[in-house]
Design a protein around this ligand. Structure first.
Ligand code: G3P
Ligand code: MG
Length: 274
């Protein structure tokens, strides 16, 4: 009977339980390694993370890579718009030297390379779809197809988030079974409607603008709340004690120590059954 209802839920487009951890590494381990690289993912694991967040966007030839900015300058030795650069050209760039000489030659990873490394390391993932303008639908479609292909059933159920509503819409269309997080800088007044519109199970917000009242409104509604970017230990502890489900941080080790997680953080956050 239970089996039958699980089957029915899958067919209706709902996924397995999302179990968010208390601590999620931002762009891998952004304070300790060049963001959104395989080195950053390995560092996150080394520092005790059980989950990481990273940003996915498309090259000019439609390949999904881990990258935050629309342009190459800040985090590589290249120049120009990511959307105007091919994967082959991006693969020749150094995405590590800007962070430190120890990371010289670190390449920009493709999304599938990153997924395979996370599987190897046993890391859960928050995939942030970060489209360049006008590529909201295409980026989500490509990313979700790759996620479906490369993310095995035995791994923790991932969460997909985006600031771009169109990306969430397409993510739901392509892979309805993958839970979605509604990502916003500030809590929208109609957050309940927006979450319902894109069938989101979690709310991902910038902690900087969130008042205690707003935080309480969300947590009291029983909605899993993920806050970014929380780099202060005491603040992370207060958030988590107040019902916040997860904090996304550049400083994984600092936050784990502050919340008294002696061992690598297990997925002990709220379980969300869709
Ligand atoms: O997904 C949370 C956070 O990463 C959103 O902001 O700019 O760091 O991608 P950003
Ligand atoms: Mg991000």
């Amino acid at each position: 009977m239970q089996q039958r209802s699980d089957q029915a839920r899958r067919e209706a487009g709902a996924g397995a339980a999302l179990r968010l951890p208390q601590v999620i590494g931002h762009r891998g381990a952004a304070a300790a390694a060049p963001e959104n690289t395989l080195a950053s993912i390995r560092k996150a694991k080394e520092l005790g993370a059980s989950w990481i967040e990273f940003d996915v966007k498309l090259t000019s030839d439609g390949q999904a890579i881990l990258f935050h900015d629309d342009r190459l300058e800040r985090t590589t030795d290249g120049q120009g718009a990511v959307a105007a650069t091919t994967l082959a050209e991006i693969k020749r760039l150094d995405a590590g030297s800007w962070f430190g000489p120890a990371f010289r030659g670190e390449p920009v990873p493709t999304f599938d390379e990153a997924l395979m490394l996370c599987v190897e390391l046993g890391l859960g993932i928050n995939v942030e779809i970060k489209p360049c303008r006008h590529r909201e639908a295409e980026t989500a479609a490509v990313a979700m197809a790759i996620l479906r292909q490369h993310w095995p059933q035995h791994m923790a159920v991932p969460v997909v988030s985006s600031f771009a509503p169109e990306s969430l819409r397409i993510a739901r269309e392509v892979a309805p079974e993958v839970p979605r997080g509604y990502l916003a800088d500030r809590l929208p007044r109609n957050w309940r409607d927006l979450m319902a519109r894109y069938d989101c199970v979690a709310l991902h917000l910038n902690q900087r603008w969130l008042s205690m009242r707003q935080r309480t409104a969300v947590t009291a509604a029983g909605v899993p709340l993920v806050l970014y970017t929380v780099n202060d230990g005491a603040r992370a502890r207060r958030h988590l004690e107040s019902g916040v489900t997860s904090v996304i941080t550049d400083h994984i080790d600092r936050i784990l120590a502050a919340i008294g997680a002696a061992a690598p953080d297990a997925s002990i956050g709220a379980a969300v059954q869709r």
